[in-house]
Design a binder for this molecule. Structure first.
Ligand code: ATR
Length: 474
């Protein structure tokens, strides 16, 4: 370990677990010198030993002070440690070694509220704080993730060159952008994950119909997803679904997917997006449905017991075509993205972030989990002027008109056949509620005034009114 290294690194990185190591190698491969540090020093040695020809670009330092001093000023230091308290502990440890104008770049899966707090704590100390959402998993970190940047704008410019260089590229355009102050970057990453949950759940719902309703083998399903990946649904998630479905278990020779336990894990970011929607008062039922579906999936024992009472859903035939399933997914996807962008839009307004929605669509086109051709269409649509909701953006109106009938058929068939569709069903209800000029909240207002004198507005009169309701007491 060379603790007296005089080499000036372009950027620093603390935390050499999977994501941090891959990000550091990505930085090195792009021709920048990266100083690295980790709480457990042996991991620094292992990292350097495995860096191969990129070794010369790496400046290892187990001593935090030496690590900081090895970085060019004003310094940019990426923290990629376990989310939560470890991030705060690392910031505390770093502070005595930093100089005014340096920046801490928190790249973990932070709750955006923590990024807001860290930004507010560090700014008065003269230390910049950037909370960056990094999407694309291990492979993305190594070869080009989508990077959503929020925080101190001045310090962003110091780190911009490196972060832009290591990001994914879509037709040569970088998938890294500054999106707004404070917690904006991690907020956008959170909503990205909410949309990701919805995309995945809608795919799972359609797979359920194929498997149980149409009695298709995993391999037959794989072929369908592969063909869909050539069409309007073209995306990373559709592609990997095909690959997951065709994988075979070495031991039994059976399709692997049929052996995987139907309990989905979650690390919390999808839940955070549903909570954010609720807190902001934005209807995002497709995203919420996806989070709830994961919670429901965890109740395996209860589901087994309940199926014994009510019978299995695959005892009922379903009459939908593969074309209708593809179209339903496309319509559902528009509703889900409309919800995600509606959350972003409201958060931007409330927090004065001025989030650039077109840019967000653009930096999601490559590198991240929800990358797709669809996002390229979305970015182009936002370039022509921001529609109040994606479902009424001219390009998407046409797609919705062409595919909403299939969504309706699929959801209806799901309802009749007992195939759960928490996301596709919610997407349809969202669409139908949004396009209904005369809703049914008049009765809600009547009820609220009846029991709580909350008042209502009459369409032919000014001001708040109350009803002269009868007593329900005998
Ligand atoms: P993994 O990604 O393997 O699950 P993790 O527990 O999430 O690992 O931790 C990721 C990184 O956070 C590691 O670099 C870890 O440092 P160690 O290698 O020393 O375990 C770092 N980390 C976790 N808690 C930390 C803390 N309190 N202070 C500093 N670094 C910490």
């Amino acid at each position: 370990m060379n603790s007296n290294n005089t080499a000036q690194a372009d950027i620093g990185l603390i935390g050499l677990a999977v994501m941090g190591s891959n990000l550091a190698l990505n930085i090195a491969e792009n021709g920048y010198r990266v100083a690295v540090n980790n709480r457990t020093a042996s991991k620094i040695d292992n990292f350097v030993a495995e860096a191969g020809e990129l070794r010369d670009q790496i400046v290892p330092n187990a001593d935090l002070g030496d690590f900081v001093r090895s970085i060019k000023q004003p310094r940019s230091i990426i923290i990629m440690v376990k989310a939560g308290a470890p991030v705060d502990m690392t910031i505390e440890a770093l502070l005595p070694h930093l100089d005014e104008g340096d920046a801490i770049i928190e790249a973990g899966n932070a709750n955006y509220r923590d990024s807001v707090r860290r930004f507010e704590e560090l700014t008065p100390k003269g230390i910049g704080f950037l909370g960056i959402g990094v999407s694309g998993g291990e492979e993305g970190a190594r070869h080009g993730p989508s990077i959503m940047v929020g925080g101190s704008k001045a310090q962003w410019h110091n780190a911009e060159e490196v972060l832009t260089a290591i990001s994914a590229k879509f037709n040569g355009e970088s998938c890294c952008a500054y999106l707004g102050s404070s917690g904006a970057g991690h907020f956008v990453k959170t909503i990205h994950n909410g949309i990701e949950y919805a995309d995945m759940q809608m795919i799972a719902e359609v797979y359920g119909v194929m498997r149980d309703g149409l009695n298709m083998s995993a391999l037959a399903c794989a072929e369908v997803f592969k063909s869909w990946n050539e069409g309007p649904l073209n995306s990373y998630l559709i592609e990997i679904t095909g690959l997951v479905l065709e994988a075979v278990d070495d031991k039994t020779g059976k399709p692997l997917v049929e052996l995987i336990l139907d309990k989905a894990g979650q690390k919390g970011t999808g839940r955070w997006s549903a909570i954010a929607a609720q807190e902001l008062g934005v209807a995002a039922t497709t995203i919420e449905g996806a989070v709830a579906a994961r919670s429901m999936s965890a109740l395996k024992d209860e589901r087994i017991a309940a199926e014994k009472i009510y019978g299995a859903s695959d005892s009922v035939d379903i009459s939908v075509t593969l074309k209708q399933l593809e179209q339903a997914l496309l319509a559902g996807k528009i509703a889900a993205y409309a919800q995600g962008f509606a959350i972003l839009s409201k958060a931007s307004e409330d927090n004065k972030w001025d989030l650039p929605l077109g840019t967000i669509a653009r930096i999601w086109r490559a590198g991240c989990i929800i990358r797709s051709g669809f996002l390229d269409q979305m970015a182009a649509s936002y370039d022509k002027g921001v529609a109040v909701n994606l479902m009424v953006a001219p390009e998407f109106v046409e797609v919705m008109q062409q595919n909403q009938g299939a969504l309706r058929q699929v959801v209806a068939a799901g309802a009749l056949g007992a195939y759960p569709m928490p996301c596709l069903g919610a997407a349809l209800a969202y669409f139908d509620s949004y396009r209904q000029s005369r809703g049914t909240a008049n009765i809600i207002q009547g009820q609220r005034d009846f029991f709580g004198a909350h008042g209502f507005v009459l369409m032919d009169r000014d001001g708040e009114q109350h009803g002269d309701w009868p007593s329900t007491l005998d």
